[in-house]
Design a protein around this ligand. Structure first.
Ligand SMILES: [Zn+2]
Length: 314
């Protein structure tokens, strides 16, 4: 990226520093992913369709995208206008995260092979994940667990140590060890703090691991999801020593955003599922929106070849 581009981005994103190398790296990785996805999509094409060109380089992909606007049949116009607005704003989100990385770490990039984002999954495979729980007894976590079980889905829950401890103390009747039966229970840290800045980040993870493992021995999985995606660049040694992996994501539902409804979250996820063709979807079980979004997604992906990956085999 040229110096001038970095200066433009600084103004546009209103941030003090732009990591140009990070922006270039992320841009290349995502372009390679899109190129591969174009080929996957084109493989199922009838010759007359507009998305079927044989494309093998990033430059050809960019040219094809520009030309597509002119060739697009009328029936796609309405979709295209809306898609353009969404993708522009989404690209802004990604570039912002890339510009801040690694000074501010996030899900946009990894520090080692122990860290997974969802791009490692096979084509059309998606994992459902839920953060920040557990809720109060009979709250959103419990409702979601029932919904997943009824639909034969197996999802990952990244639990906060202090929330789990509070629930274990107050639950009446006691929280059963079978609460996460058939699902995966893993760690989101003891408190919802940046594990890049907090000096107790290591004990936060170990204490939460011990509690989750002791409470749900059948469902425990050795994964840690950092709050806000923030962890230290040099934390790999710690994770390796404790046989833990870092669970990031590549499809953010934004269900934490008060302006996003359950259906908005579902539509956003569907758009990103079409774009990335694989991935880890981030929800929060302390919010009720996944209770709307998950059934919507199930309804709209039937007979599409989408596989809801079992978290126990991820
Ligand atoms: Zn969180």
């Amino acid at each position: 990226m040229a110096e001038q581009d970095a200066a433009t981005l600084k103004t546009k994103l209103n941030i003090k520093q732009v990591d140009a190398a990070s922006v270039a790296r992320v841009r290349n990785q995502l372009t390679a992913q899109l190129l591969q996805n174009w080929r996957f999509a084109a493989a199922d094409c009838a010759n007359s369709e507009v998305f079927c060109d044989n494309i093998s380089t990033a430059d050809e992909l960019l040219t094809a995208a520009e030309e597509l606007e002119e060739r697009l049949p009328e029936s796609y116009r309405n979709w295209h206008t809306k898609a353009r607005v969404f993708h522009n704003s989404y690209a802004g989100e990604l570039i912002r995260l890339a510009a801040l990385f690694p000074k501010v770490s996030s899900e946009i990039d990894t520090f080692s092979a122990l860290e997974h984002t969802g791009f490692e999954l096979p084509d059309r495979h998606f994992v459902l994940t839920f953060d920040d729980g557990p809720s109060q007894p009979d709250g959103n976590t419990d409702k979601l667990l029932a919904l997943l079980t009824n639909n034969n889905l197996h999802a990952s829950f990244y639990l906060l140590g202090e929330r789990l401890q509070a629930r274990l103390k107050q639950a009446e009747p006691a929280t059963p060890a079978t609460l996460f039966h058939g699902q995966c229970a893993a760690m989101h840290g003891w408190r919802h703090e940046s594990h890049a800045k907090w000096e107790k980040w290591q004990s936060s993870i170990i204490d939460t691991r011990d509690l989750v493992k002791a409470t749900f021995p059948q469902s425990y999985q050795p994964w840690f999801r950092p709050p806000y995606g923030q962890r230290r660049a040099d934390s790999g040694e710690f994770f390796s020593k404790h046989d833990l992996k870092v669970a990031l994501w590549n499809i953010d539902s934004q269900d934490w955003n008060s302006r996003v409804s359950g259906e908005d979250a579902a539509q956003r996820i569907m758009t990103l599922m079409l774009l990335w063709r694989r991935g880890v979807i981030l929800f929060h079980d302390i919010h009720p929106k996944a209770l709307v979004a998950v059934p919507w997604l199930l309804d709209h992906t039937r007979q599409t070849g989408v596989v809801w990956q079992d978290c126990r085999q991820y």
